[in-house]
Write a protein that binds this ligand. Structure first.
Ligand SMILES: Nc1ncnc2c1ncn2[C@@H]1O[C@H](COP(=O)(O)OS(=O)(=O)O)[C@@H](OP(=O)(O)O)[C@H]1O
Length: 331
């Protein structure tokens, strides 16, 4: 069966099974299905990050247990995944986590458990960076959280996979999602008109992915059919901005890692309006996320915002109960 995401994430970079700009790449990026490419085609080489400089060398004792600059180690399937949510702050979390010497992560979104599943686990493993013993392999694809088939597929890879979900106020998340779409297609209807099936009756269009994705309690139900709650960590997208070190502390604990990423790693960049890294992974220079992260949102009719708040409130309360964490979206 082909994957059926409730809403697909469209972020800066995704992996595909063929060269940049080809017809097949476009088809993959726009939503690939088993009907679109044959099994043979899906086995071709993936577009990979730059090859390691020296891949044939044995692990030297000098680098045992440390980050190796020589590309030693082996590619492993991820032991932890950032599965969502789209526009929650997933890129910020992954970039911050990459600072940890015991975490190695793929930069682009592989979209394996939704769009590229037919390519098989070996294809997926090939995308991963090499790791040494004790290092955790990670990737982030925010659309997994709303992909019906994803929990079963991830569980089939490993029942022990640790799952991380960055959640954000569903109303601002929806506006952020819309803002991203608007940046690519400036001619789309207004947020207000897309929100309603019928504006007069106030009936909200829950089939619009910008709205659908924010019904966190519903999506979480699906994950709980396959994973116990203690294998899923919820990160507050709001706290990731107001207290990045605090949220990163929780994530490092969850992954069983030493708390190496602390307050000292961050500074607040006034121009960007967001926390940034003093030093990015493998660099000595300060690093903020790019222009597509932290966009200015359009002003939305306050009455429509209120309608959405009322719509999400019961789902939010259910979500707080399920997770045992109060996210404070309805104050
Ligand atoms: N440190 C830092 N710098 C910049 N942006 C930050 C940061 N922390 C969280 N955020 C918020 O991340 C939002 C984008 O979320 P994602 O990275 O999950 O988006 S995507 O689904 O991968 O497209 C993005 O949403 P918008 O503000 O709507 O652009 C940011 O609010």
């Amino acid at each position: 069966s082909s994957p059926s995401p409730v809403g697909a994430s469209s972020s800066s970079s995704t992996f595909s099974t063929s060269g940049r700009g080809s017809v097949r790449t476009k088809r993959l990026v726009n939503g690939w299905s088993a009907a679109g490419a044959g099994a043979g085609a899906s086995r071709t080489s993936p577009v990979l990050p730059p090859p390691d400089l020296v891949s044939s060398r044995k692990v030297s004792p000098r680098f045992a247990g440390k980050l190796s600059p020589l590309g030693e180690g082996s590619k492993k399937l991820p032991q932890a995944l950032i599965i969502g949510v789209k526009k929650g702050g997933t890129r910020a979390l992954l970039e911050f986590l990459r600072v940890h010497p015991d975490i190695r992560a793929v930069g682009a979104e592989p979209h394996f458990f939704d769009r590229n599943y037919e390519n098989g686990l070996e294809w997926y493993r090939e995308l991963m960076p090499k790791t040494l013993e004790g290092q955790i392999t990670m990737e982030k694809t925010p659309s997994y959280f709303v992909t019906r088939e994803a929990p079963a597929r991830i569980s089939a890879m490993s029942r022990d996979t640790k799952l991380i979900v960055v959640v954000r106020d569903p109303v601002t998340r929806a506006i952020s999602d819309y803002t991203q779409t608007l940046s690519k297609k400036p001619d789309i209807p207004s947020f207000e008109s897309l929100t309603f099936k019928n504006r007069t009756t106030g009936l909200i269009d829950t089939s619009w992915s910008a709205i659908q994705i924010g019904i966190y309690a519903k999506h979480l139900d699906n994950w709980l059919q396959y994973f116990p709650m203690d294998q899923i960590l919820f990160v507050s997208g709001e706290r990731l901005i107001s207290d990045p070190a605090g949220e990163l502390g929780r994530v490092q604990d969850f992954l069983g890692l030493k708390r190496i990423i602390t307050d000292k790693h961050f500074y607040f960049n006034q121009t960007k309006g967001f926390p940034c890294l003093k030093k990015a992974e493998g660099s000595s220079k300060p690093h903020c996320l790019g222009k597509t992260k932290g966009r200015t949102h359009p002003n939305i009719d306050p009455e429509v915002v209120q309608r959405l708040r009322d719509f999400y409130r019961p789902f939010n309360l259910k979500f707080y109960q399920m997770t045992g964490r109060f996210f404070g979206w309805d104050d």
